[in-house]
Design a protein around this ligand. Structure first.
Ligand code: 13P
Ligand code: SF4
Length: 319
């Protein structure tokens, strides 16, 4: 639409004059992903977003995604201004893990190494020994397990259960879930697979165990896009937020992509497989943030330093 064109041109200009760069997640709107790509920003998974923002020389990072992604960017780059199209974009995992309750839980288990998913507040990260994203979680826990450490994991119970199964680590799990991935149904995936037996199944490990068990590949958003390219199958059933289809289809234009069903009868629910908080990022509020300097992420200094340690462990992790 013509309005979108005007907004897009305005955003491009504002990015230039503010020496700003756009860092977008795969689950944001196609137009935002496209803009990030065209303007020298990045479209990425949570780990790559963090790395990109920290390394980029821009003075302003505009993070299109959800709150924890903006906070992570600010913790890693306190000298940069970090703006978000809206500060309302949260995450059910973050909401389901309040810092005070989490801290009390940690206090009850002082013998455990505390590993938290990136989808948490700065205050929860500040209480952790390690932060991980889904693309690096298995490797980090494998290493900690090899060192004989017992783990306290939060907040995603599905991702935690998946890692536990893969690594055999002793993990105590917080009871949190992603409202988007939790909706995928094994029965629906099985029914679709029965229709297209030659299709490969790609699953984000925030999905329930019964769905992950059906996966040919389980991994972070970037890992799923990589798998889409590498697998020989020309049909792919994909269980993650449907925002990923924009980049995945670009990566494999010749392949047929199916949304994994979110209802047991095999029918795809059009409103389920899209994160309502990611969907709050739009061209309008993105332009507004750049125009007004609104949606700025600020993190208290003491909190920032405490949260930086476990984040840096993740970024420096090598096996
Ligand atoms: P990744 O992009 O790291 O796979 O994270 C998925 C997610 O749900 C982010 O909100
Ligand atoms: Fe959180 Fe799930 Fe939305 Fe990702 S998709 S931001 S994990 S609610």
């Amino acid at each position: 639409p013509a309005d979108d064109e005007v907004r897009i041109e305005e955003i491009k200009r504002l990015l230039r004059v503010n020496n700003a760069v756009l860092v977008a997640h795969y689950y944001t709107d196609d137009a935002i992903q496209q803009l990030a790509e065209e303007t020298g920003g990045c479209v990425a998974d949570s780990l790559e977003m963090a790395r990109f923002g920290a390394r980029h020389e821009a003075n302003t990072l505009v993070v299109a995604g959800v709150r924890f992604m903006g906070e992570t960017a600010k913790i890693l780059s306190p000298e940069k201004r970090v703006l978000m199209p809206t500060l309302e974009a949260t995450c059910s995992l973050d909401l389901g893990c309040p810092a005070d309750e989490f801290s009390a839980f940690c206090d009850q288990h002082p013998d455990r190494t505390v590993v938290v998913y990136a989808n948490t507040s700065a205050a929860v990260k500040a209480r952790a020994d390690w932060v991980v994203t889904s693309s690096i979680a298995v490797e980090v826990i494998e290493e900690l397990h090899a060192r004989g450490e017992k783990i306290l994991w939060a907040p995603d119970k599905h991702l935690g259960g998946y890692i536990q199964k893969k690594t055999g680590a002793d993990m105590l799990l917080w009871d949190g879930a992603c409202i988007v991935h939790e909706e995928f149904k094994a029965k629906g995936v099985e029914d679709l697979k029965a229709l297209y037996p030659e299709a490969a199944v790609l699953v984000h490990p925030e999905s329930p165990a019964a769905v992950v068990e059906l996966a040919d590949v389980a991994g972070s958003t970037s890992q799923l896009i990589q798998a889409a390219k590498e697998l020989p199958n020309d049909k792919l059933i994909v269980a993650t937020d449907r925002g990923i289809f924009f980049k995945m289809q670009q990566a494999v234009p010749e392949k047929i992509l199916f949304e994994a069903p979110t209802a047991g009868n095999g029918a795809s629910c059009k409103s389920c497989a899209h994160c309502p908080w990611m969907a709050m990022n739009a061209l309008d509020n993105l332009a507004g943030a750049l125009r007004l300097g609104s949606g700025e992420i600020l993190v208290d200094d003491a909190l920032r330093l405490a949260a930086l340690k476990p984040l840096e462990r993740m970024l420096n992790f090598q096996r």
